[in-house]
Design a protein around this ligand. Structure first.
Ligand SMILES: [Zn+2]
Length: 283
């Protein structure tokens, strides 16, 4: 089962996160019928979104992570809701490429939007560094969030089946000095084959094996899921934003309004009768 285990180290000066999102990544790749070449960066990005949304404190918190490079995959968008509920898609889900960097590209940007219920959503940017996702996300954290997070991700797909997807994140928190960062980076260097580590051990066990001697404060586990929250009501709200005039114009022209959800591939169709319900009571 997918799980994210976390622990605080050094009196809360660092956070360790170990995520196994094999089922969620497999479900996401299957939903979009992805090639293994695209599923790999997609799985890693879902893992990053799981990690970021696992830190949310309020049920309405949400984030979007976009990577857009010059590789064959095009743009990839992943979203995370409170409790590591994730979803996402790639522009060209069937793209091919030998190396992950061929699929992602080497030139482009990483962008993050976090809606934490404040007046304005937080927006951060980074650049694609190597196109392997690991260094691109680490670069984003260092540059945009000023948090030099050490991370190692894995996403192993074979013939459309997710063998293992997950990652280890070491996050310095306020009060974490240079000395501690050096110790943590030293440990992070040992994490070479994360897929093998996750195949042999649970995330909680990995934390215990590598950080147990620091007396970690274990946080409650989080159970990530791949789920799209689209639905008829939500789609109707989108049509409402078009305005009645524009909606009627589309129906006059096409006979219907079709709305496609990029995240889960569902299609919603609305007809003239539906408009009376959507735009009821003088809205
Ligand atoms: Zn959907």
């Amino acid at each position: 089962m997918d799980v994210i285990s976390r622990a605080l180290l050094f009196d809360g000066k660092a956070l360790i996160t170990v995520a196994d999102i094999t089922e969620a990544a497999g479900e996401g790749a299957k939903t979009h019928n992805m090639s293994d070449a695209v599923a790999q960066p997609f799985g890693k990005l879902l893992c990053a979104a799981s990690y970021m949304s696992a830190q949310f404190k309020h049920p309405a918190d949400r984030m979007t992570l976009i990577i857009e490079g010059d590789g064959s995959m095009g743009k990839c968008v992943v979203c995370g809701d409170y409790g590591a509920v994730v979803k996402g898609y790639a522009d060209n889900p069937k793209a091919r490429g030998k190396e992950i960097s061929e699929v992602v590209g080497s030139d482009g940007y990483v962008s993050v939007i976090k809606d934490l219920g404040l007046k304005e959503p937080y927006r951060g940017y980074g650049k694609i560094i190597k196109g392997d996702i690991d260094s691109d996300i680490a670069g984003y954290f260092a540059l945009s969030e000023q948090t030099p997070t050490a991370l190692k991700l894995c996403a192993d797909f074979e013939d459309g089946v997710c063998r293992k997807c997950g990652g280890i994140f070491i996050t310095p928190l306020p009060g974490c000095g240079e000395e501690l960062i050096v110790i943590l980076e030293d440990i992070a260097r040992n994490f070479k084959d994360v897929a093998a580590m996750l195949s042999d051990n649970s995330p909680a066990r990995i934390i215990d094996m590598h950080f147990g001697h620091f007396g970690p404060e274990i946080l409650p586990d989080i159970y990530p899921r791949f789920r799209c929250d689209c639905g008829v009501e939500r789609t109707e709200r989108t049509i409402k934003l078009l305005g009645r005039k524009e909606a009627e114009r589309i129906i006059d022209e096409c006979g219907e309004i079709g709305v496609h959800c990029e995240f889960c591939g569902k299609d919603y169709t609305f007809y003239r009768d539906d408009l009376n319900r959507i735009f009821k009571e003088g809205v």
